[in-house]
Design a protein around this ligand. Structure first.
Ligand code: ATP
Ligand code: MG
Ligand code: FE
Length: 333
């Protein structure tokens, strides 16, 4: 079974063909980062326009790289939630037209489920039950999963997402967009602990997060240090990253312990962060369980995770009709 996946929920126009939910035949990602950089963040209207300009070429390239023709696919899968509504609609409209023209079934995929599925694309025999930390630009949630289709949200951020906090602090510190990689690079040259930032909610025994206060604390401290002439952007980046990562890793491990998980998964753009990967690995080793995260290319937005996760829906006959709509927000999965 070969499925074409299409992803346009934010600022990446992506198309990919995946065989049997496992074998990536092609994975094309056209990033708009350079377009949005000049504005310091994603401009929704610009993102939609860029998707319209790029989608045909990106899909064409996905077929060319797979060495396949249109008739070789068995279904068309598309991200229809959550994301920027105008951006999503470009992918959904394209996918509907394409599926209709080729007379192939259409499958709707939740972007966040795609992020989680990236782990199953690359790793075999992941053991359930597991705890999955979804950390991306718009979401931060802890999930308990009994198997690949059954999950329960056991905690989430009450305000900013982790990636959002990275992006906002990076912008404030003048480190540029996207903020996560910029903060990570700056942090490598700094020392954590020279500044002190709070480990928010680490003292609570639930699995919720809050990053808005951490962001504000970082900004206030930065302003104070600048006034004193003691501002060091590298040390600030290192401490901010450490504060955020410690809370994520420790609370994920606590959840894994409580729910007797056999594995921990990291998913979403922030799972690309090497400090988070390192901290989570230490926790998983301590618990004697396995840690999984996708390779860098599959952590951030891509269509392979969409085409891959659609395989199970194909097998279960969960198809979408041609009146499929896009939704900007939608509860977890
Ligand atoms: P969502 O998936 O919630 O809809 P999104 O698709 O915009 O949001 P992703 O593409 O999954 O988010 O991830 C992008 C986010 O990941 C950005 O906030 C970015 O700063 C962050 N990110 C990317 N690389 C890193 C890194 N190395 N360290 C920390 N954060 C990172
Ligand atoms: Mg993006
Ligand atoms: Fe994403």
């Amino acid at each position: 079974i070969r499925i074409l996946g299409i992803e346009t929920s934010c600022d990446e126009t992506a198309a990919s063909i995946v065989k049997n939910g496992k074998e990536i035949m092609s994975n094309v990602v056209n990033s708009q980062i350079r377009v949005h950089q000049q504005f310091g963040g994603v401009v929704p209207e610009v993102a939609s326009r860029k998707h319209i300009q790029n989608i045909v070429m990106v899909v064409h390239t996905a077929f060319a790289e797979a060495g396949m023709s249109y008739d070789d696919i068995d279904a068309v899968a598309v991200t229809n939630r959550p994301g920027l509504i105008g951006a999503l609609l470009v992918g959904v409209s394209f996918a509907k037209s394409f599926a209709y023209a080729l007379n192939k079934p259409l499958i709707a995929v939740n972007h966040l489920y795609g992020h989680i599925y990236a782990n199953f694309l690359e790793h075999d025999n992941i053991e359930f039950p597991l705890v999955c930390l979804v950390v991306s630009g718009g979401h931060t949630s802890l999930l308990f999963m009994q198997d690949i289709e059954n999950y329960e949200v056991i905690g989430e951020t009450l305000d900013d997402a982790a990636g959002e906090a990275f992006d906002k602090v990076a912008r404030f510190l003048g480190l540029g967009y996207p903020g996560g990689p910029a903060v990570e690079r700056a942090a490598e040259k700094g020392v954590k602990g020279r500044y002190q930032l709070p480990r928010v909610f680490l003292d609570r025994d639930d699995f919720d997060f809050s990053f808005s206060g951490l962001k504000t604390a970082a900004m206030n401290l930065w302003t104070k240090m600048e006034r004193r002439g003691e501002a060091n952007v590298y040390d600030m980046a290192a401490e901010f990253q450490a504060a955020l990562v410690e809370v994520l890793a420790v609370k994920t491990a606590r959840a894994a312990e409580k729910y007797k998980a056999r594995s921990i998964l990291l998913a979403g753009g922030v799972a690309a962060n090497s400090e988070l990967r390192r901290a989570a690995q230490i926790e998983a080793d301590r618990l004697g369980i396995k840690l999984y995260y996708p390779s860098l290319k599959l952590c951030t937005d891509n269509a392979a995770m969409i085409a891959g996760s659609a395989y199970h829906k194909f097998i279960n006959g969960q198809f979408a009709s041609l009146d499929l709509n896009a939704y900007a927000t939608m509860s977890m999965l």
